[in-house]
Design a protein around this ligand. Structure first.
Ligand code: SF4
Ligand code: SF4
Length: 125
């Protein structure tokens, strides 16, 4: 039990393990930054690898879709609209909670989980 406060205290004096994000922290010149990295003046942390089975943004293969609407039925966040004329669906990433239930239920594998997680944006689409 005493280990926890000790560990927390130690963390206060450690450098962040991650690289700063978002873009406002980006350097003015990437080349100048890379030069500093090469000279050993700046250390960049390696990106954390995306684990197997990661559930990122949904990828939709419209050609495969048969318009069965099963994804619409199981989606807890109403992230799909049905396109009546085309008998296809439209996916809205801004509504998605990445549960992948639609991926599991799609009978023709038209939906899949990607490794994409850098989805922050000012525009919903
Ligand atoms: S991953 Fe979950 S929330 Fe996102 S579209 Fe599929 S069912 Fe809906
Ligand atoms: S479950 Fe698959 S085939 Fe059915 S509408 Fe959704 S994407 Fe299309």
């Amino acid at each position: 039990m005493i280990e926890m406060p000790k560990e927390l205290f130690k963390q206060l004096f450690k450098k962040p393990f991650t690289n700063l994000f978002p873009l406002k922290h980006a350097p003015k010149s990437v080349l100048a930054l890379l030069k500093k990295v090469k000279e050993g003046k700046v250390k960049l942390n390696d990106p954390v690898p995306v684990p197997k089975g990661f559930r990122g943004a949904i990828v939709y293969d419209k050609k495969k879709c048969i318009g069965c609407k099963l994804c619409i039925k199981v989606c807890p966040t109403e992230a799909f609209d049905y396109l009546e004329k085309e008998r296809k669906v439209k996916y809205h990433v801004s509504r998605c909670c990445f549960c992948a239930q639609c991926v599991d239920v799609c009978p023709v594998n038209a939906l899949g989980s990607s490794k994409e997680f850098l989805l922050a944006d000012y525009k919903k689409k």
